[in-house]
Design a protein around this ligand. Structure first.
Ligand code: ZN
Ligand code: ZN
Length: 563
């Protein structure tokens, strides 16, 4: 019989017998895995929902766990030696996005294609001749001269609350590199609020010693005047309808991961928008008043499916919906300027998401700067309608979380400053506030300060001409067992057996179906890519190619067995 072993490096098959010991299965996997820095015999294994230390069950037999042909076991291992990271690359597999590598002095950094595109633009805002102009057609004056993309009057007039990342970058670049004729100095610098490592001050390392060289200086929090992403676009309203459906049928809240692309957003000078094409719902326990995320074991697998479709993880969305009880679909408005937009707990969550998904840029010495990961909330607006709001937290918020300086407080509108401990150095933190005499005053942020200082609001919308990336969203959404929805082979069969190629291609064009299909591990990478291409391009010629592959024939054979 064949057992399937799921690892972070993919799925492996091991041939074994019911009477064989688990030890032989692990040994077999070890030869297939070919990794020197992993000790599989000291890893963890999940069998039928229970987790064991491998070494505890080495001499058990397969039959002891009732393991049958085709069973899937999940192996979780630690890699002992960390391979030094000299070449940061984005989480997106660049080969599928056709990205160029850009070389800076230090190392090569793979940027998002939109950054490569905007790097080439100056974003200068051209203006037409006005009635105030007193010069000839060839002349120019203060009323008609071109403006830089960060011009605050222009942004105010166009109701743009923050300059774009690339406008900010170009502005910084102008002051950093204007004078220096020679080599390029990366203008961006990642903020660090931690005690500097490897201090040369001649004392014992922190926490045994600290000096003025390595201790972080005082922090003054200000509203961030730029944003890494300006706008979030849901490519299809049906994405949101589908997502809210779980709340409609259960009353409990829901969280989804946003997959899409980053593209130029022309409504803002040098702007960027996150375009969402799919929402994946990871394992979670949903309550009426919140969500608890469970371990997301197949996260890497889902990321790879998205990459094969040319998509990347762009953010997260969650609901905070309470029916207003009017029987007309209205919901209670909880979030407004007198309460909060993102609670302090959600700010911590958003910050961790951003830290986990850094923005790679060749304009920062470290190769990284902040993040393009967005956080969207579906909640009631002032008219009690369901509305999407999109946010990011500031680069300072990321650094505060990285240095473990802040926590969520019991007051959702306030962020708590952590206490100093023997291991945690907490510098003075201030924020600027306008008092009732309209004077800007610096206030100590301890013990807590308003959330708004860490928050950046993005705009949101649907495209004028919806052009659905995925054509279908009929296949059962993952992890919805709690509302009686199960993904199974029977469902897959229903959506893949159509002899009408147009119907077949449309049904295959469903992110949830592709994730489920690929998880069966019957298709190789090339066959999976072919499925994704059919899903996106809707080209019948690719179908004929797919039908001839061994992997697809295996899938079809499995379907036939079901009859
Ligand atoms: Zn003029
Ligand atoms: Zn020092």
């Amino acid at each position: 019989m064949i057992l399937r072993l799921r690892t972070r490096d993919g799925m492996f098959r091991v041939k074994t017998e019911p009477d064989s010991e688990i030890k032989t299965v692990i040994s077999n996997l070890e030869t297939q895995l070919k990794k020197k820095n992993v000790d599989l015999f000291h890893s963890k294994i999940s069998i039928n929902g229970s987790t064991f230390n491998v070494e505890d069950i080495l001499y058990n037999k397969n039959s002891d766990f009732d393991l049958k042909h085709g069973a899937i076991l999940t192996l979780t291992f630690e890699e002992s030696a960390v391979i030094p990271e000299t070449r940061p690359t984005s989480t997106v597999d660049s080969s599928f996005l056709g990205k160029d590598s850009v070389t800076s002095d230090e190392f090569s950094v793979t940027q998002f294609p939109v950054d490569d595109l905007l790097d080439k633009k100056d974003g200068i805002i051209k203006r037409k001749r006005t009635s105030l102009c007193r010069h000839s057609d060839k002349g120019m004056c203060e009323y008609c001269s071109p403006l830089p993309p960060w011009d605050s009057n222009y942004l105010n007039e166009h109701n743009i609350k923050h300059k774009s990342f690339h406008a900010y970058l170009n502005e910084l670049n102008e002051s950093t590199n204007k004078a220096s004729g020679s080599s390029y100095i990366p203008p961006l610098k990642e903020l660090s609020f931690e005690v500097a490592k490897n201090c040369t001050g001649g004392h014992k390392p922190w926490p045994q010693g600290i000096c003025s060289k390595c201790q972080p200086s005082a922090i003054t929090l200000q509203l961030q005047d730029f944003r890494m992403v300006d706008h979030v676009e849901m490519s299809d309203p049906q994405l949101i309808n589908n997502f809210i459906e779980s709340w409609r049928s259960s009353g409990s809240q829901r969280l989804g991961i946003l997959y899409g692309t980053y593209e130029e957003y022309t409504s803002v000078p040098l702007g960027i928008k996150a375009v969402v094409h799919a929402i994946y719902e990871p394992p979670q326990a949903d309550e009426l008043d919140g969500i608890t995320l469970s371990d997301w074991e197949n996260e890497e697998h889902i990321n790879r499916v998205a990459n094969l479709c040319g998509l990347t993880k762009v953010g997260v969305i969650f609901t905070d919906l309470i029916d207003a009880g009017n029987g007309d679909g209205t919901v209670i408005c909880k979030r407004h300027k007198d309460s909060y937009f993102l609670s302090s707990l959600e700010i911590m969550f958003a910050a961790r998401g951003q830290i986990k998904n850094p923005n790679y840029t060749k304009h920062s010495k470290s190769g990284k700067f902040s993040s393009k990961f967005v956080t969207c909330v579906l909640s009631g607006n002032l008219n009690q309608e369901i509305e999407i709001s999109s946010y990011q937290v500031s680069a300072s918020a990321e650094s505060l979380v990285r240095a473990d300086l802040i926590s969520a407080s019991t007051h959702p509108g306030m962020v708590f400053v952590n206490e100093k401990t023997t291991n945690r150095y907490v510098p003075d933190i201030f924020f600027k506030e306008t008092n009732r005499y309209d004077i800007v005053v610096k206030k100590n942020a301890k013990p807590a300060f308003p959330n708004d200082y860490l928050l950046v609001a993005l705009t949101h919308g649907f495209p004028d001409n919806p052009n659905n990336f995925f054509k279908s969203n009929k296949f059962t959404v993952e992890n919805r067992q709690y509302i009686g929805k199960f993904q199974d082979i029977g469902g897959l069969k229903n959506y893949t057996e159509s002899k009408d190629l147009n119907i077949f291609m449309e049904n295959l064009s469903d992110f949830h179906l592709l994730c489920f299909l690929f998880e069966l591990e019957m298709l190789n990478t090339k066959e999976k890519k072919l499925c994704c291409d059919i899903a996106i391009k809707q080209d019948p010629r690719l179908c004929y190619e797919l039908f001839e592959t061994p992997g697809w024939k295996t899938v079809m054979a499995l379907m036939t067995v079901l009859e």
